[in-house]
Design a protein around this ligand. Sequence first.
Ligand code: ZN
Length: 246
Amino acid sequence: MTQKVFNDLDVRSYNHIVVLTGAGISVASGLKAFRGPGGIWEEVDVDRYGTKEALKNEPLGMWKLWGALRPLSNQAEPNPAHISLAQFEATVKDDRSFTLITQNIDGLHSRAGSKNLIEIHGNIHISKCSNETCDFKAFEDPEHYVETVPLCPICKKVLRPDIVLFNEMLPEVALERTQHALSRGDLFIAIGTSGSVYPAANFVAIAKQRGAKTVLVNLESMVPANPYFDVELLGPAEEILPQLLS
Ligand SMILES: [Zn+2]
């Protein structure tokens, strides 16, 4: 990371900016990785309870797994990376645009004040009815249901967190909004997410084909490298973004 790189990249000279964030942006907020040694889910069977099948067959196990993330992400605070993205968005006016796509379900971008936000994996703080034809409205829900499964007050089906479970498709509306943003973007920045796997790898390819400048901000270099990224800025997002977006 050198000053020269930042001089070369004048974010304000672009009109339609699209940013994708992943788990790496929330580490400085105290949110550890979910899986793996020392992760939040070290002791639970994620592959059994994290899926859409668990929602149907073992909803209490599903709630124990995902519901545990509610108090953890509530204790976390947006860090300078989240905050600088929200502050930058507030300066984007008139015929320019700024779209923030996140893979994170922790809700930290909206708490930081981001407005044009696409949470492609949903938001852990929201509960909704598992019956797609039910009219019960999704709501912000502080409970984490370790003893009983919550039921919909209208149709009595199981309530679920408003997130994309393992084996579930990404929501169509979120994907359409993402496609729209990428189709007109002239600058694409992926932050805290592996640049070589889905979705960052696909999104950067679309952005590059559209002619956008493409940037990866990450702790580590990509392995394998993705040729669609023009620039790699290596270091903690909470240090790089306040400089890049100032
Ligand atoms: Zn219902």
